[in-house]
Write a protein that binds this ligand. Structure first.
Ligand SMILES: *[C@@H]1O[C@H](CO)[C@@H](O)[C@H](O)[C@H]1NC(C)=O
Length: 501
């Protein structure tokens, strides 16, 4: 049944795409707006399938050798001007993933600037296929990159309140690579198992951190990764697999989690924000019923229907963009400049410098900021509903924070707010009827918060898709209060408290 309907849908969507392509001119793909390329060599290089020097990460001062016994190779480094390596607690590592042919997962680990007792927080950038280094250098990492390519301390790095890990995943993203193309991931099972294996190895390498509170955070397509990863950790804990992971909560910033609801919200948000007019709204909304049907068929495990729904539903987004012109769909106040709508070229320049590469131990592995190969490999995963696993986590007391910058179109706050409110769990009624309270930072309203029990939803003002980039101070405050359990305290404003004390 699913198959027959799916093939019909696929056929339909192909015809639909052809006709809409004629109408639209170009079909822009959100997140990684590049068209699928037939240039096989470029794709292979983009996946890092064949690093020129595959042994590069195994040698040259790393703390161990990546042999059968040891799967993690980690080194301390200092990229801060004049600060000795051992004063920082900054590490870069490769982890050889066990359930793969030859995949190596790259990560950064930044010790908290204040206390080893701070929670351990892992951050995942989305894409799918975009490197978490985007967050390291432009959002919540310890540094920003100056135009002269030197690093400047970020006062609002999340390492001010946590021991912070950034992972490049799925395989083929950032500095992560494999020599075997069978290692590419296509779904959340593959993604979450790799991340779980990594965590086990990480805490085996750093047992002193295993007792700390542990949180999963991230953005955008990580709205898919994070619920799957949190469920995988919780399952491992329950089954007493390996090291117990002290999972306390997970947070998603401007994520894609429940496509059926979120794709419906595009036109509503665009109309509210004046991006499209009433007539456009009515016309584009006609696409939604087919999109909705396809997403329902896709469900949590579909395949052909998921691809079909991607093809159909994406035309909703593309129709809006066509009207909006050169808008930056991550921040509708801005123009789209460059392939990711922002200029992140300093990061690529920085990470391709020989001394930086030597410090990180990445050898000749090519850095891929956003991999089209990984993106395309995950297309069947795109429209799957990742909301379904969340209620079980909430019922077991694991906290969830959904936050969203108000000016993002692509994973807008409206769609996120709607799926969070329609999620069925024991606290649903109380959550929906809970009051909206101001989120105050430095005496000013930085957002509006709704919360009940383990669930919080925060709309962040004056921010687009990348909240920690646009509102670094508010984002750090959010992390602090959320991990400390004081996010919902109305009068809580640490700056004011400091002033009084
Ligand atoms: C690079 O730029 C930063 C920030 O603008 C500045 O503090 C630093 O002195 C500059 N470094 C050099 C070597 O010019």
């Amino acid at each position: 049944m699913e198959k027959t309907l799916s093939f019909l849908l696929l056929l339909f969507s192909t015809l639909f795409l052809i006709s809409s392509a004629l109408e639209l001119g170009d079909l822009r793909v959100p997140w990684a707006p590049r068209s699928p390329s037939s240039d096989a060599e470029r794709l292979i290089r983009a996946l890092n399938l064949v690093p020129r020097d595959p042994s590069a990460d195994l040698t040259g001062g790393a703390s161990g050798v990546l042999d059968g016994e040891r799967r993690i190779v980690e080194r301390s480094f200092s990229l801060a001007d004049g600060v000795p390596v051992d004063e920082l607690g900054h590490r870069a590592g490769y982890y050889r993933l066990p359930s793969t042919y030859d995949a190596r997962m790259f990560y950064f680990f930044f010790e908290s600037r204040h206390s080893k007792e701070d929670p351990v927080v892992v951050w995942l950038t989305g894409g799918p296929g975009c490197s978490s280094e985007l967050a390291v250098f432009y959002e919540n990492g310890p540094f920003n990159i100056a135009n002269n390519l030197s690093l400047v301390w970020n006062d609002f790095g999340w390492d001010q309140a946590s021991n912070l890990i950034y992972v490049d995943q799925p395989t083929g993203t950032g500095f992560s690579y494999s020599s075997d193309k069978r290692d590419i991931r296509h779904n959340e099972d593959g993604v979450s198992n790799d991340l779980y294996d990594f965590l086990q190895a990480f805490f085996a390498e750093h047992p002193e951190y295993a007792k700390n509170d542990f949180y999963i955070t991230g953005e955008s397509y990580a709205g898919h990764y994070i619920p799957a990863f949190a469920s995988r950790v919780h399952k491992g804990n329950k089954a007493k697999e390996g090291i117990h992971i002290n999972l306390k909560g997970f947070a998603i910033g401007n994520g894609l989690t429940d496509p059926e609801i979120q794709y419906k919200a595009y036109t509503d948000y665009a109309l509210d924000m004046g991006i499209i007019k009433e007539a456009d709204y009515k016309r584009i909304n006609k696409i939604y019923p087919v999109c909705e049907l396809a997403i329902k068929l896709c469900g949590t495990t579909g395949s052909v229907s998921c691809l079909a729904s991607y093809a159909i539903c994406t035309t909703i987004f593309n129709s809006i963009i066509k009207i909006a012109g050169n808008i930056n769909y991550y921040d509708i106040r801005k123009q789209c400049e460059g392939s990711l709508c922002y200029d992140f070229s300093n990061m690529e320049k920085f990470l391709n410098q020989k001394p930086v590469r030597d410090s990180l131990g990445v050898g000749d592995v090519q850095f891929v900021s956003c991999s089209p190969t990984v993106y395309q490999a995950m297309l069947t995963d795109w429209m799957r509903n990742l909301e379904v696993g969340i209620p079980a986590l909430l019922e077991d007391g694991i906290k969830m924070l959904i936050y969203a910058g108000e000016y993002d179109l692509i994973c807008n706050w409206l769609g996120n707010s709607r799926w969070v409110q329609s999620m069925e769990w024991s606290g649903q009624k109380d959550f929906v009827s809970s009051p909206e309270v101001p989120f105050v930072v430095d005496g000013a309203e930085a957002g509006v918060l709704k919360s009940h029990g383990p669930l919080s939803f925060l709309k962040v003002y004056d921010a687009g898709h990348m909240v920690p980039m646009d509102q670094p101070k508010a984002a750090l405050e959010m992390l602090k209060r959320w991990t400390q359990g004081t996010l919902a305290d109305v009068s809580y404003d640490t700056e004011n408290l400091d002033a009084v004390m």
